[in-house]
Design a protein around this ligand. Structure first.
Ligand code: 13P
Length: 254
């Protein structure tokens, strides 16, 4: 039985006051962490203030980090710095970073190793673009991402990993993958993990869907067998909506 995990990715939104307003509401309203993991991945500038105020059922994550322990990397943030703040999750390889900030499969791989070294739980993002989808290349692209991104990780590490399947054509476009398409691709990810590691690992790894997830479509997405949660951008900025979407995951544990 995989525990559902609902994560908000705030991207480059929210000042400190806005983050505080959000967390005071959400702390009291999210369900028990024994039933569902609720995570907010926030900008670096508000991580400390969120960690200090997180209730027992909410966990805090970053949206990126560097793969080195320290060094002359102007503007970057390291895993030990995140660990030091009390952050527990980190998104690695989001498509926006791959497309706009030179993130490659190789740097994603280094960052995953680094996250495990500092006991941060990575949320690894994979997914195809519209061109890939229309040319039947989805499975090939995702297989390549998984092979390169997970290279050298142990079975135990991969069992603890969260993978977010985020088709790029569905991010911020209002165009959600149908539950069937999302489930089919998440099933393919699980099968590939099974081939690369073991059946046991593939049954343990949690796979989220991300891309225009909203209050009105999350239930049917989460009803799918291979979808263990959601990584939510725009709709996670609203505290009430975030709580509603976390509560939708309770249906999976009934
Ligand atoms: P939206 O939910 O805004 O489409 O963003 C999805 C996403 O990129 C989450 O990481």
């Amino acid at each position: 039985m995989r525990k559902p995990i609902i994560a908000g990715n705030w991207k480059m939104y929210k000042t400190r006051d806005e983050a505080l307003q959000f967390i005071y509401y959400v702390n009291e309203a999210v369900p028990s962490k024994d039933l569902v993991d609720s995570v907010i991945c926030a900008p670096f500038t508000v991580l400390r203030c969120l960690v200090k105020r997180q209730g027992e059922n909410l966990r805090i994550g970053a949206q990126n980090m560097h793969y080195a322990d320290e060094g002359a990397y102007t503007g970057e943030i390291s895993a030990p710095m995140l660990r030091d703040l009390g952050v527990e999750y980190v998104i690695i390889g989001h498509s926006e970073r791959r497309a706009m900030f030179n993130e490659t499969n190789e740097t994603v791989n280094k960052k995953l190793h680094q996250a495990f070294k500092y006991e941060l739980t990575p949320i690894l993002c994979v997914g195809e673009d519209l061109h890939n989808r229309e040319n039947n290349e989805t499975e090939c692209v995702i297989k390549e991402q998984l092979h390169l991104n997970l290279s050298g990780l142990s079975s135990e590490q991969v069992s603890q990993l969260v993978i977010a399947y985020e088709p790029i054509w569905a991010i911020g476009t209002g165009r959600t993958a149908t539950p069937e398409i999302a489930n089919e691709t998440c099933a393919f990810i699980r099968k590939t993990i099974g081939e690369m590691f073991s059946e046991e690992v593939s049954q343990k790894v949690r796979i989220q869907y991300g891309g225009s997830v909203k209050v009105n479509n999350i239930e049917e997405l989460l009803a799918q067998e291979h979808i263990d949660g959601a990584l939510i951008g725009g709709a996670s900025l609203n505290a009430q909506d975030f709580v509603t979407m976390v509560k939708a995951a309770l249906n999976k544990v009934k």
